[in-house]
Design a protein around this ligand. Sequence first.
Ligand code: SAH
Ligand code: AVI
Length: 317
Amino acid sequence: MNTATKADPAFLAEVLAGLSARQKVVPARWLYDHRGSELFEAITALPEYYPTRTEHSILERHAKDIAERVGRGRVVIEFGSGSSTKTPLLLSAIEPEAYVPIDVSGEFLHESLQVLSRSFPGLPIHPVVGDFTKPMQLPRLGHSPRLGFFPGSTIGNFVAPEAVDLLRTMATTLGDAAQLLIGVDRIKGPQVLVPAYDDAAGVTAQFNLNLLDRINRELSGTIPVGAFRHRAIWNDDEARIEMHLLATRDLSFEVADHVFRMRAGETIHTENSIKYGTRDVRVLLRAGGWTPVAEWTDAQQLFSVVLAEANPRRVGP
Ligand code: SAH
Ligand code: AVI
């Protein structure tokens, strides 16, 4: 089989390395092919998945206050914009100079922007298809200071050292006098968290299992998808929901001519979704080179939206 011509080399390398580890793992960003983005969008509408509607209501309720602190005319850079459904709330409030959404799921990004651009006809929009964990050269867009927008608690999909690196990379990408408006999911009981990641309709299960279909399709895999089950586990020590794909029987499969074996009960770890206490978020932001300046939450304190300012860059020794 010749995967070299069509497979994304980073996808192939990370899948082969992850499936070779003792605890099999595939990094969560590979969940987002076009189908994965559609399934995530369906998750956001589920009754059990409180984060999206809660963050939306926080942004709606506090738009004026956020706008006063952010000011008008900034360039908004959105990290992992997906369907950009919360973005209009922000854009209407702060009247930015330009909008730059970044996402790995390119086709989905472009489709989503067709809707957004109709609502903001005069706004320059410059989509960037790429991996926001890597430093990136963004299109030159005037001299206005930038506002990073990182909603959805996507920061929770990165373990602490990666999250700190990501926040530092964002500070570099955003430049001098930047601000960051970031959504963070709060710690709460597993009776709320587990159903949010294991819904009755099975949409999150489809989202997780789609990763195996993607590997089969894009990396010429032979994974018996029907032999896997979705698992969502609350790991209290690490304050995170973990998604796994559980092998229900002993099985073997190939990916790009490499053979992998799994025992019944063994899992592939596909996502962490870390939850933060309000002080934890501030510590994380400070470690990543940002100073938190304001926080908004909902009545039940399920979710937080935090505004932070980039620390001035150090000069000299
Ligand atoms: N911001 C939206 C979508 C969150 S889902 C919301 O709040 O609902 C996470 C999004 O981040 C997906 O659209 C996914 O494709 C994107 N994403 C995940 N990892 C990424 C990475 N490393 N670089 C760029 N985009 C990424
Ligand atoms: C995008 N990210 C913040 C979502 C989350 O809640 O961790 C992805 C998701 N995974 C399962 N459901 C939703």
